[in-house]
Design a protein around this ligand. Sequence first.
Ligand code: ADP
Ligand code: MG
Length: 339
Amino acid sequence: MKRINILDENTANKIAAGEVVERPSSVVKELVENSIDAEAKDITIEVEEGGISLIKIIDDGIGIYEDDLEKAFMAHATSKIKSAEDIFAINTLGFRGEALPSIASIAKVYLKSKFIDSDSGNEIKIEAGEVVEKSKTSCAKGTVIEVRDIFFNVPARKKFLKSTSRETSLISDIVTRIAISHPEISFKLFSNGKKLLHTYGTGKLEDALRSIYGKNTCDELLYFEEHHDIYSIYGYIGREAISRGSRNNETIFVNKRYVKDRKLAIAVENAFRAFSTVNKYPFFVLFVDTYPELIDVNIHPTKAEVKFKDDRTAFKLIFDTVHGALKEDVMGEFTLPEE
Ligand code: ADP
Ligand code: MG
């Protein structure tokens, strides 16, 4: 007769990690989002060997209160919500309280933090979910977290990692997206000591895009913006000159959260195709802002997808606005001859 076992917390976290922590870039995403939720203005990300040997994030956010340091690594431990209803009015990127325990269950983690109102900081070391050291330490305001040897205790999952260069480029992709959605924060990304990205936190989307993609790309971008009772949309659409054979340069944010949404992407693509002579994908950055209660972000553990209560209105608004911006650009080329 088969009997039922209740899994211990560590085992449960290790299994849950399968959903949140797919690869180094997912760890980077979760940690950087924690820094943003902590109101950091300066975030440095250092990775080695595609993040497989080391991911280090340094932020100048509010930090973690001394007594909460160990708690932060427990399952369902979050400072961001108190009840299930709260997720329908969510203002933070995190809320599931799963990232830290998941990451700590499959790697070696060191975290050092100084809470904004404290005089000194604290550090903690956790390996495969077990606390191995905890002490007081002196440190600057904010939080430093190091994640080493991802999947060292789950060889079956480590096997699924790609080459270090592929993992590095996935990390660079995610940091790029996050940096675009937060032009008010300065981001630096280093891979094996080499600087891959640097934005300056001026607060201007245009500046962030220029730092990331360079002047030539930015010269081909057209700004669009439109406000509707429940949706505000804005962003940049690239002219045909910078279109691509892949969807790599399509970026969508819903309430500042980077998401993959086919429907919204198609709204932009359709508008672009109306003016394009080649069969390529547009470069675009699209921001959709709406009331948090009109979307559901909790349909996927990595929150990469969102569900709209009414995505038809959003679709039409996006199509019309992007179409309008491209049309105006084309029309601008045909100025009437002066009398
Ligand atoms: P969630 O982000 O869903 O709340 P996490 O497991 O990612 O869950 O983090 C747990 C808690 O640890 C957070 O709610 C937050 O209070 C704290 N925390 C994590 N990272 C940071 C950070 N960089 N700065 C300040 N607090 C942090
Ligand atoms: Mg989090």
